[in-house]
Write a protein that binds this ligand. Structure first.
Ligand code: KIV
Length: 313
């Protein structure tokens, strides 16, 4: 990578960070992937650098998930994240992601007070955040909200199964659909959301066999997280995948890197280098544009300063 010239250390502000944009992922294109056998690749991202990496890796969909509350903001649940925080993160993700479809989560409280507020808040996510659509948690009881959003031309991805926003109601994060009765209820929720116009459906924390059957019964793609390989696509949380989460990860997570360890080592090295004076080295310094006389600072002094101050210091 070429370094900017010394005179403009941060580079040319008018130069766009150009990259070639391969074919953009759209809602109709994702729908067409159902039954194609080509899995839909989804991941969360909450900021510019991670979204850029996710785009570069070839993912189809980026979710600005309310899991940001946990993995970025350090909250114990997703309930505390605000609409403004989601919108701000979505803006950063949209600046980075050229090819993937970008969806943002409707945070807890943003759709619980009726259709009007749901529409108003989703419109903010789309207009201010730049999201292409939204994801909303909940089953059949949320179908009327999904219908209203779709009538307002906002694409919606549903989310059933383990619902992190329902943690208090359900008394924890529990796998759903484990009995025949619960599996039937889950399928009914999924069908209701499909009928309401959802273009895709997240199945979270669902037995693999149940998720597979639901995927077969739906016209729209299912995106699994902790729901086995029978879904039409998969989604995980970025920080879990790269090993940047503190504490144990759920069973369904596969870690592909230990980025926290890399960061720890890098920071420890920087600490050592600054302490020993190894950083900054000569190659990190800027040179003056002319030869400075040795007394260049002699006639610049506060009014009450005298050379004896310098000697005492
Ligand atoms: O917020 C989130 O990250 C999610 C998952 C589906 C990954 O809702």
């Amino acid at each position: 990578m070429t370094q900017p010239p010394d005179s403009t250390p941060y580079g040319d502000p008018s130069a766009p960070m150009e990259r070639p944009v391969p074919s953009k992922v759209t809602v109709p294109r994702l729908l067409a992937r159902k039954n194609s056998g080509q899995k839909i690749l989804c991941l969360t991202a909450y900021d510019y650098p991670t979204a850029r990496l996710v785009d570069e890796a070839g993912f189809d969909l980026i979710l600005v998930g309310d899991s940001m509350a946990n993995v970025v903001l350090g909250h114990a649940s997703t309930l505390k994240i605000t609409l403004d925080q989601i919108i701000s993160a979505t803006r950063a993700v949209r600046r980075a992601a050229d090819r993937p479809l970008v969806l943002a989560d409707m945070p807890f409280g943003s759709f619980h007070t009726g259709v009007h507020d749901t529409l108003k808040n989703a419109l903010r996510i789309v207009r201010e955040g730049g999201a292409h659509g939204v994801k909303i948690e909940g089953g059949a009881s949320r179908a009327h909200l999904v219908r209203a959003l779709v009538e307002a031309d906002i694409p919606v991805m549903g989310h059933v199964g383990l619902l992190p926003q329902a943690v208090n109601l359900r008394g924890g994060y529990k796998v759903q659909g484990r009995t025949a009765e619960a599996a039937r209820a889950l399928l009914a929720d999924a069908l209701a959301l499909q009928d309401a116009g959802a273009f895709a459906l997240v199945l979270e924390g669902v037995p693999a066999a149940v998720a597979q059957r639901i995927s077969e019964r739906l016209r729209i793609p299912t995106i699994g997280i902790g729901a086995g390989a029978g879904c039409d696509g998969q989604i995980l949380v970025f920080h879990d995948v790269v090993g940047l989460r503190f504490g144990p990860a759920p069973k369904f997570v596969k870690r592909y890197a230990e980025v926290a360890d890399l960061m720890r080592n890098a920071l420890a090295e920087l600490v050592r280098d600054v302490r020993t004076g190894a950083f900054p080295a000569q190659e990190h310094e800027y040179a003056a544009a002319e030869t400075l006389p040795s007394d260049w600072d002699a006639d610049v002094a506060p009014a009450d300063w005298s050379p004896s101050d310098a000697r005492q210091a």
